[in-house]
Write a protein that binds this ligand. Structure first.
Ligand code: PLP
Length: 464
């Protein structure tokens, strides 16, 4: 026993072993040392031989310095919050890798002077929504709402329909978010029905001394400073993660805008999902361009839902309002980093991002892919079949919308080994089957998926 212990290689000599020394350059010395110490411990316990310590340490090393791992999303939920929402396009990944070092994010190389931070992303957004007078990017849509409410309504009222008191997710609620800015929430209407008269009553104690034909931030207008009344803003929030049906009524932006203009109170519209223009596939989903055309003064949206970009919050609207937001001290705390700006610009200018491709994927093509995968898996001894199914847009919006799709259907027990495999595969368990919905799997990942299923089957030969 003691001689065996004495044969366990020392930490110093293990750390200069070529494979472990190379790993230290990639992963950091502390990570490699931890693997080495763990392997020495295994040898001390007699679980492995002293000669196997180096190999065991190498085998235990993580693939990357960070613990976040790429996961194959076969759930059929296109924008999956737990899987990081929108996967970035190759163009966006390239752009953020290029920006990762020192970069001209805030420098005009032509003059050598300081440049406007994120000018490229701002121009791409302006080009995507030409009717917006100005744009601004913050950390996420919640940050956009916080910045708007703080700037426009701190110490004053934000008028919001009771039908739009939305919980975004993970316990975070729009009303709490607004309250945290020091704005007072002024609820109007009821859960199921809100009328124009409800908004009008709330706005009644706000003076309407500004001419209704200059709501656009002309000098001296209400949009340059704090209006005198108690209402700082009227907010419309798209209920993007639920639907209420039956005896319902809501006031459209186009109806609300003239009322707000008459009272010189800015109308802020949270469209949520980040559609910049109407999408015929998702007719019930609001978009930025339409909200602006219907008279919204400020529109905010997420960057990592249906737009298919990085996490960020997008603000579009009247120049005077956007300028006030950008100059607010809080704007600095909510600003995005160079990686986000790079990925956002590339998402807007580059080829269709994965979210768009998944939304528009042709079912016949999905069926053909499923057929090929099932043939391959059956030949390898797995019990796989092609199954028709339905995908969802997910956390990205469009509640209640399903898209016809096609899956590789497996026995239920596959779900766990697939999730625990490398790469992890997330499936959907439905009606006693494990479904791999191909709508949310990039075609380029089909082989990875087939290999993962085959490995899960090989690990449980008795069950497959
Ligand atoms: C998703 C969503 C939010 C929150 O956006 P984040 O980008 O996650 O901060 C706010 N409002 C609506 C309507 C949403 O759909």
């Amino acid at each position: 026993m003691d001689s065996r212990r004495r044969r366990i290689p020392r930490t110093d000599s293990l750390l200069v072993e070529p494979r472990l020394a190379a790993a230290a350059d990639r992963l950091g010395r502390a990570t490699v040392k931890a693997a080495v110490v763990a392997a020495q411990g295994q040898a001390r316990q007699g679980e492995i031989t002293p000669e196997a310590v180096a190999d065991a340490a190498v085998a235990a090393l993580p693939a990357h310095a960070a613990t976040l791992r790429p996961v194959l999303n076969a759930t059929g939920v296109i924008v999956h919050t737990n899987l990081g929402r929108a996967p970035l396009s190759a163009a966006a990944v390239d752009a953020l890798a290029a920006a990762a070092g020192t970069t001209d994010v805030e420098l005009d190389l032509a003059t050598g002077r300081r440049g406007r931070r994120g000018e490229g992303a701002a121009q791409a957004l302006a080009a995507a929504v030409p009717t917006a007078e100005a744009v601004h990017v913050v950390n996420n849509n919640a940050a956009a709402l916080v910045l708007a409410a703080t700037t426009l309504a701190q110490g004053r009222d934000v008028v919001l329909s009771r039908g739009e008191l939305v919980e975004i997710g993970d316990g975070f609620r729009i009303p709490d978010l607004l309250a945290s800015t020091g704005a007072r929430l002024r609820e109007v209407g009821t859960t199921n029905r809100t009328a124009l008269a409800d908004y009008a009553a709330a706005l009644d104690d706000t003076p309407s001394d500004t001419p209704s034909d200059t709501p656009n931030g002309a000098p001296g207008s209400i949009f340059d400073g704090a209006p005198a009344g108690s209402v700082g803003a009227v907010l419309k929030v798209h209920p993007s993660n639920f639907v209420i049906s039956g005896f319902t009524a809501a006031v459209a932006v186009a109806e609300l805008a003239p009322l707000c203009a008459r009272h010189a109170v800015p109308l802020v519209v949270d469209v949520g999902s980040g559609l910049l223009a109407p999408d015929p596939l998702l007719p019930a989903e609001p978009d930025v361009a339409t909200a602006l055309a219907h008279g919204a003064d400020l529109v905010c949206a997420s960057g990592d839902k249906l737009l298919g970009g990085p996490q960020c919050g997008l603000l579009f609207g009247r120049a005077a309002l956007v300028t006030r937001l950008r100059r607010h001290p809080l704007a600095r705390a909510l600003r995005v980093d160079k990686l986000t700006l790079a990925a956002l610009e590339a998402t807007l200018r580059g080829p269709e991002p994965p979210v768009r491709r998944m939304l528009t994927a042709d079912v016949a093509v999905l069926r053909a892919r499923a057929g090929r995968l099932v043939d391959e898996l059956c030949a390898a001894g797995c019990t796989a079949e092609v199954a028709e199914c339905e995908s969802a847009v997910g956390g990205g919006g469009a509640p209640g919308v399903t898209l016809p799709s096609v899956a590789v259907s497996l026995p239920t027990w596959y779900a766990e080994p697939l999730r625990l495999g490398e790469p992890p595969v997330l499936a959907r368990v439905e009606r006693d089957r494990t479904l791999l919905d191909l709508r949310t799997v990039e075609p380029a990942s089909d082989q990875l998926l087939a290999d993962a299923v085959r490995r899960a089957g090989d690990a449980h030969p008795g069950r497959r």
